[in-house]
Each structure stands twice: as structure tokens, then as C-alpha cells.
Design a protein around this ligand. Structure first.
Ligand SMILES: C[S@@+](CC[C@H](N)C(=O)[O-])C[C@H]1O[C@@H](n2cnc3c(N)ncnc32)[C@H](O)[C@@H]1O
Length: 121
């Protein structure tokens, strides 16, 4: 998977704030959450898994999480993938987020990101 990332598992305010605070450019083409939410509701049941192979800022993952679905996102741009995790860190202290960013930026292996209680590296 090279420099890409596999995302396994949110808040827009947290996402933008964290991008600004931790030196990431917010994804330039974020979808409105209503779009993936509509299709997830239409096509899946709670407990199902939603797959987004062009995850970007992982709007799909956030929508899926809110609708009690599991999710998998694939994103080729490592910085977008790292920044997408900020969606799930709105209540994290800055030091914990900085530790995550440092570790994620250092790593050259597959990056796995989940909701706070499921974060794997
Ligand atoms: C339009 S954006 C998706 C935006 C996303 N729906 C959101 O709300 O943030 C498309 C994404 O696909 C990624 N991408 C392009 N080619 C890819 C590939 N071959 N594998 C994985 N991701 C890819 C780009 O880096 C970009 O972030």
C-alpha cells in the first residue's frame, strides 16, 4: 500500500481546528456528510460495513460511525489520512494528538486509524 493508508473506523470543527493547530492542510474537497449518510441509510443496515476507497478526509467514516455502521476507508495521500483521524479526536488533549501525529508521520508502514478506543498503529 506504499505511502497510502488503510483507515478502519467524529466532528468537522475538530477536524479543521486540528489541521490548523498541527500543521495539516484541510482536505480541499470534503463532501457534505448528508451525501454518504443518505447512501449508507439507503443501502445498509446497522452493523454493516461501508467502504470508501477514495476516503479523503473520511466523511464516509464519520457518517458510518454515527449511523452505527462499521467502516473502512482507503486514502493514498498519507497527510490526508492522518488528518482524517482528527474527526475522532475532538475531545483529546493536545499532547495526545501531538503524539499521534508524530508517530503517524514517522511511520512508513500501513497506517490504521480508528475511533479513540480502537486506535491501532
Ligand atoms: C474527492 S476526494 C474524496 C473526498 C471525500 N469524500 C471527503 O469527504 O473528504 C478523492 C480522494 O481520493 C484520493 N485518491 C486518489 N486516487 C486514489 C487511489 N488510487 N487510492 C486511494 N485514494 C486515492 C485522493 O487523494 C483524494 O483525497
Amino acid at each position: 500500500m506504499g505511502q497510502g493508508a488503510l483507515l478502519t473506523c467524529d466532528f468537522l470543527v475538530g477536524l479543521i481546528r486540528c489541521c490548523n493547530d498541527f500543521g495539516f492542510v484541510p482536505h480541499p474537497a470534503r463532501f457534505p456528510k448528508s451525501l454518504p449518510s443518505f447512501f449508507i441509510n439507503f443501502l445498509t443496515d446497522p452493523g454493516d460495513t461501508a467502504l470508501d476507497i477514495f476516503a479523503g478526509s473520511n466523511t464516509t467514516g464519520e457518517a458510518a460511525e454515527e449511523l452505527d455502521r462499521r467502516w473502512i476507508g482507503v486514502e493514498s495521500n498519507r497527510d490526508y489520512a492522518i488528518a482524517s483521524a482528527f474527526r475522532f479526536m475532538a475531545d483529546w488533549p493536545a499532547k495526545r494528538i501531538q503524539n499521534f501525529v508524530d508517530k503517524a508521520r514517522r511511520g512508513d508502514n500501513e497506517l490504521r486509524i480508528g475511533a479513540p478506543e480502537k486506535v491501532l498503529f
